[in-house]
Design a protein around this ligand. Sequence first.
Ligand SMILES: *Cc1c(COP(=O)(O)O)cnc(C)c1O
Length: 414
Amino acid sequence: MSRNRIYLCLAHMSGKEQEFIKEAFDTNWVVPLGPNVNGFEADLKEFVGGENEVVALSAGTAAVHLALLACGVGQGDEVCVQSFTFCASSHPITYLGATPVFIDSEKDTWNMDPQLLEEAIKDRIAKTGKAPKAIVPVALYGMPYKIDEIMEVANRYDIPVIEDAAEGFGSRYDGRVLGTFGKFGVLSFNGNKMITTSGGGALICSNIKDKNTIMWYATQAREAYPYYQHETIGYNYRMSNICAGIGRGQMTVAQDHINHHKHVQALYEELLADIPGIVVNKAPSEKFDSNYWLCTITIDENVKVKGQEKAYGAAITSAVGGAAGVIHAGGGIHTDCEPNANVEAMRMALDAADIEARPVWKPMHKQPVYENAPAYVNGISEAIFKIGMCLPAGRYVTDEDVKYIVEQIKANIL
Ligand SMILES: *Cc1c(COP(=O)(O)O)cnc(C)c1O
């Protein structure tokens, strides 16, 4: 049987992208500014709504970096960040010489636990004599965080919030787009995100003054002289006009993409409903309007999966996500925190059936690179990491594909 491999989330073009790119070439705007950048920012501004401003950048990681910088994060500071996330939420904290303080999740949304956040802030103040400089909640797989509670804590201690909505493009909390609650909101347009610019990101700013600050940092922080005069360190983080052309094309279908991911989620919920031990992760209430960038399930440790006694039998030779470029060969087969054998067996079985599935992100407080960072934990992200799995949800995933994936899951349970 020949079927195409089903991927988690592949870039999907509208067809309009090339028109915008062609125009950039025809008018010689092949630079990191220009009509497509302005047009894409205008589209994004309209999409997020309100008085918010948007700056297009070269990556979501750059957006996190500049948001931290604009919140005054520097050498020796601390930043509270959700532990259950992709590394781009926390790595930029270290770029600035600051230390991440990892906050575990609550079980309703898998995102930052507001109560634990407050405990952490109190404890950091008691231990270091100063409050963390910023708070970074993350919309994991698109699911909105408990932003009302998080903002309440943040306001009590007067700490700015940087929403990492890189995975939550178009998700809403109580009807309002994620990324518009805090001081800054991070978006990503990497190749696998809800919409793509091949690589890119944006920062949602609450006002024009912040937008100008971010633009200034993103263009090498130049002073107003007829020659290059530098009084502050800046970065080369502006989005290219070519990439922004892709973004403008993608914005014509952004809502279709979001609707598709929600449709796939609903189908998983329906088709996986009566399998004992398999739970489809979903929003706790209607207030949490997830874009379902990736659909996730948990597999109870008692579920027996074909071949689980052989899981972790051989070392993995490539990085998850097909990371471009150079990857270190794995140091071993096991770490002290890994998905259960039945989850790994299911991943391998789906892989053999040409379905890309992945473990959920490994919590940052369990990553060796962060072993010395303070962490406030309750066991929830670690427990979910052991039983969680991401399933394909992208625009190319058809109803037939979802049925096939569910069949394969069922067929591999003993
Ligand atoms: C993708 C992602 C980012 C930003 O990543 P880029 O690849 O640099 O655009 C940030 N945070 C999270 C949680 C992400 O998933």
